[in-house]
Write a protein that binds this ligand. Structure first.
Ligand code: HPA
Length: 278
């Protein structure tokens, strides 16, 4: 094992030991909460809260609207972990650093990872406020988090033909239907950010088959599949992407739109977690 991977693994082990001293919850499901969607944590019973700042060597987000903490606890007796905030490649972290929390969650026992984000709608049938179940992704415009010596929990050339687990994705669709929450399904594309896309880039993304664009998630999904987790994801369409929206984009809008959608979003995630146990 090279020093590089050795150091990464050591950091994960150190973070693991720290968290294990704070909570004995072994999460079955972890949810990574995107911009403005962190309120979901209030649904978690008997929460143990661990600030990212307090975890040795843990990457801490610098983005407004990202709280930066883990919440461990239960939903209907199902052990869960939620990440209120994540770090992004555009903050200057390496891709390997951005996926360190995902590898840590796997080490802590998570079998299922739900990734959520706020995204710009590219599909012309989408509206701000929609939810999109992520069925596949394009991550070719950002470096793979697997570049470098192979991380020991997965193979060198992992298959990516079913990144978003089909059954879990259909479970989300069924839960949404049961709750009367309309959801779209589609392809998420990750770009580096932090600038929003130009209209020409949004047209390019559409031509490539993407339905929603954002600055996270796809690289986390690759790392999660590589370490054997089942993955599913929901994009909250906080705005129409540039060129589709008639007005310039403003990051404040993303948080405001997410705050409005939070009650429905929380219900959907909670229902999905309960369904996962059946
Ligand atoms: N583009 C990229 N990322 C985003 C957007 C967008 O329009 N909205 C929220 N995150």
């Amino acid at each position: 094992m090279s020093d590089n991977i050795g150091n990464e693994y050591k950091k994960i082990k150190t973070a693991y030991e720290y968290i294990r001293k704070k909570t004995d919850v072994v999460p079955h499901i972890a949810v990574v909460l995107g911009s403005g969607l962190g309120e979901f944590c209030e649904c978690i019973e008997n929460p143990s809260i661990i600030d990212y700042h307090d975890i040795p060597d843990f990457p801490v987000s610098t983005v407004a609207g990202h709280k930066g903490r883990f919440v461990f606890g239960h939903i209907n007796n199902i052990p869960v972990a939620a990440m209120q905030g994540r770090v992004h490649y555009y903050e200057g972290y390496s891709m390997q650093q951005t996926v360190m929390p995902i590898r840590l969650l796997q080490e802590l026992g998570c079998d299922i990872l739900m990734l959520t984000n706020a995204a710009g709608g590219i599909n012309p049938t989408f509206r701000a406020g929609d939810f999109m179940v992520i069925r596949d992704q394009i991550s070719s415009f950002v470096p793979s988090p697997l570049i470098g010596e192979n991380y020991p929990t997965g193979t060198r050339f992992p298959d990516m033909s079913n990144i978003y687990d089909n059954k879990l994705s259909l479970d989300i669709v069924h839960c949404a239907a049961g709750l009367g929450i309309p959801v779209k399904e589609g392809i998420y594309i990750q770009l580096s950010g932090p600038n929003y896309e130009s209209p020409a880039e949004v047209r390019m993304c559409r031509m490539l088959g993407a339905d929603a664009v954002g600055m996270s998630t796809a690289s986390e999904a690759v790392a999660a599949v590589h370490c054997g987790m089942k993955v599913c994801g929901i994009s909250f369409i906080s705005n129409l992407a540039c060129g589709i929206s008639p007005v310039p984009l403003d990051h404040k809008e993303v948080g405001e739109a997410a705050a409005k959608a939070a009650p429905m979003f929380n219900k959907l995630i909670k229902e999905f977690i309960c369904a996962c146990d059946k």
